[in-house]
Design a protein around this ligand. Structure first.
Ligand code: SF4
Length: 681
């Protein structure tokens, strides 16, 4: 499988290897899910194993101001052992780089969590960097399962692509386009026009952070025009009356003016959504849920199918999305008992991590495949804490911003071809056999934690004794014992899971009432709005008047995640990823005297970020858009928590990413700044 982790797209690949050298990576026609599809990112993965930039030996420096020197693994283990001697002051964190061989099965994040629990260290939930707030909103409503891509292609009559981008899930794009060919209508809702919106029949460009408001507007029309499914509401939801009382008080014109689209557009959208046979919403992953009201969007949007009965039938509900799984999915939990009760308090919030770091409550930090100096919000604040840590260990394939600037110990990681693993797509498990000997002195997460567990005398940690037995255990657990490693081997590495293609077919939901909760007691008990509300973001939309802008984020086809040093370690992905670029409305730029490709400084009270500018008519005035991951970008994003520490634990999978809010101003870069910017790239 491709190591790029674009869940829910995970493609099968064929690796052409000779004398332990990877020659090429091509699409695997025999893969039951991707059927031969591969994109440029996937093909570029052939450049990873033998890259001259790869870290091949353990490297150490006593001070972050020194140069790294090569050390033996035995010394590296000694240093890690020392860093874990006071485990309550140690923190472990897994990034996507540690999941390139086990996405969906969660083997390494679970193993790292198990290790932390057994030695008494902190384990920081990886999803706080990503889309935890989206999960929070969906779980409050109870609409958690996803409709499969095949159902979209075969059954959906209307597909709303809401804050989602095909570059995040190219395989879903194929299903959506197949639906379109069959006659389905495609509608996009986004903060800008892009390659995905171009494929749609209708596009609605809304202001950043007004997704919840738009969903409320749609609900107003649905209720006012009696477009609800009364029978469904009666049988399968709670709280309709409370929601209705709120909706009748809402002013649709007001909502429309906040969102930036017209009242008649909202009415038309609501009527289309309710009149189609099967309507499906493909909800965005991380970017749509960044903001001071991050979780409100998924909370409100997931209430639309509940009001209209677009649930539990083929092609309806919510489509494939990051972090979403089909009906009947089982998950792996090998995290085990925590050694110290309460040792993981508040490890679900980015803001709390910053607090612990800056209060010097953490002394050693172990990062597996993570580049937090890039992906964490408010990185200037984070960096202050990182600078003072006595020990930072980075385990990765390539050096990155975090390891270059802050690591004491940089450890070489195996690639996905040099270790055994197992990945999971919508309805299959895929065995990832080791087909290459580790290059240099690379070790896997499994190797490192097993060795450390022996040194720390964690006798219950590695009960599998070897990585293959662990993978077999995982396959059995996730498949409810219907599959095992040998079965997968006999079947070309693939095993079909017993999961459904339709979401919530039994109309039983994972909420306290087992119904879709339009009113949530859990939310009320934690001082959150019990019903979905429009909850406009704290940031101003009066950008044009005070010349401040709302910065929004997303992905591109040539960049994904922070690993491989944001693609810059892969030659064919390096070219488009050399120089930060943000997209800006052409009229806004003209009013500031900024031209296409000019270098500007974007700044706010947190810091500044130097970037070149791309002018576009496809982005509204007052809005800037950037792909995530540029060095320095998160210096201007906020790290405040969006949800309280106790509320964040209401639902089983949610976690609290920061708001990432960024209201910025722009100035043209001075000549010296331009020179630094150009020489850095
Ligand atoms: S779409 Fe994603 S998983 Fe598929 S080949 Fe491209 S990068 Fe790999």
């Amino acid at each position: 499988m491709c190591p790029m982790n674009c869940h829910p797209t995970l493609c099968g690949v064929k690796v052409n290897i000779e004398n332990n050298r990877v020659l090429s990576v091509t699409g695997d026609e025999k893969n039951p899910c991707s059927k031969g599809f591969i994109c440029g990112r996937g093909k570029a993965s052939a450049e990873i194993p033998h890259s001259p930039q790869r870290v091949l030996h353990p490297l150490y420096r006593e001070s972050i101001h020194d140069e790294f020197s090569r050390i033996p693994w035995a010394d590296a283990f000694d240093l890690m052992y020392q860093g874990l001697k006071n485990p309550r002051r140690a923190a472990l964190w897994a990034g996507h780089g540690a999941m390139s061989n086990n996405y969906g099965t969660r083997i390494y994040p679970q193993l790292i969590n198990r290790f932390a629990n057994q030695c008494g260290a902190l384990f920081w939930d990886p999803s706080i960097i990503c889309w935890g707030l989206g999960a929070f909103g969906l779980h409050l409503t109870g609409l958690t399962e996803t409709t499969s891509g095949i159902e979209l292609a075969d059954h959906s009559d209307l597909i709303i692509i809401w804050g989602a981008d095909f570059s995040s899930q190219p395989l879903t794009a194929q299903h959506v386009l197949a639906a379109k060919k069959r006659g389905a209508t495609l509608i996009s809702i986004d903060v800008r026009g892009n390659q995905t919106t171009k494929k749609c029949d209708e596009n609605y460009v809304i202001r950043p952070g007004t997704d919840a408001a738009l969903a409320i507007g749609l609900m107003c029309v649905i209720v006012e025009e009696n477009l609800t499914d009364e029978q469904f509401i009666q049988k399968h939801t709670v709280g309709f009356d409370q929601l209705k009382n709120y909706l009748v008080e809402c002013d649709l014109d007001d909502i429309a003016s906040n969102t930036g689209i017209t009242t008649s557009q909202i009415r038309s959208l609501a009527r289309q959504y309710t009149s189609a046979g099967s309507s499906c919403i493909i909800l965005g992953g991380s970017s749509i849920h960044k903001g001071s009201n991050g979780w409100s969007a998924s909370r409100a949007i997931s209430s639309l199918p509940a009001l209209t009965g677009q649930v539990g039938r083929p092609g309806a509900g919510l489509g494939p999305r990051h972090g979403g799984w089909p009906h009947g999915s089982k998950f792996l939990d090998i995290s085990g008992q925590k050694k110290y009760k309460g040792s993981n308090e508040a490890t679900l919030q980015m803001a709390n991590f910053l607090q612990k770091l800056n209060n010097k409550e953490i002394e050693s930090l172990f990062l597996f495949g993570s580049n937090i100096a890039s992906s964490f919000a408010n990185t200037n604040e984070l960096k202050k804490g990182l600078r003072n840590l006595p020990l930072i260990v980075c385990h990765d394939l390539f050096s990155n911003e975090t390891s270059k600037e802050y690591a004491h110990l940089l450890l070489p990681s195996t690639t996905w071809l040099e270790e055994i693993g197992c990945k999971r797509t919508e309805n299959h498990l895929h065995l990832m056999e080791q087909i290459q000997k580790p290059i240099g002195e690379a070790k896997s997460v499994y190797d490192i934690l097993s060795e450390l567990s022996i040194r720390l005398d964690l006798t219950d940690f590695n009960i599998w004794h070897d990585a293959e037995t662990l993978v077999d255990h995982v396959i059995r657990k996730i498949s409810d014992n219907s599959l095992n490693i040998e079965e997968l081997r006999k079947n070309g590495g693939h095993g079909k899971l017993n999961v459904g293609t339709t979401a919530h077919p039994e109309l039983i939901f994972d909420t306290p009432t087992q119904k879709l909760e339009l009113w949530s007691r859990r939310a009320e008990e934690h001082n959150l709005a019990p019903i979905p509300i429009s909850n406009l973001p704290a940031q101003s939309h009066e950008a044009i008047n005070d010349q401040s802008y709302t910065l929004t984020f997303g992905r591109t086809m040539d960049h994904f995640h922070a690993f491989y040093n944001h693609g810059r370690a892969i030659p064919s992905m390096k070219q488009p990823n050399q120089q930060p670029a943000i997209t800006m409305n052409r009229e806004d730029a003209t009013s500031l005297g900024v031209g296409d490709k000019d270098v500007v400084v974007i700044y706010n009270e947190l810091g500044e970020f130097t970037t070149s500018v791309r002018l576009s008519e496809e982005i509204p005035r007052g809005v800037l858009w950037s792909r995530s991951g540029w060095q320095g970008l998160n210096q201007i994003t906020r790290s405040d928590s969006v949800i309280g520490n106790t509320a964040i634990r209401i639902t089983p999978v949610s976690s609290g990413q920061s708001s990432f809010v960024s209201n910025v101003k722009i100035r043209i870069a001075k000549t010296t700044e331009k020179n630094i910017f150009c020489s850095k790239q």
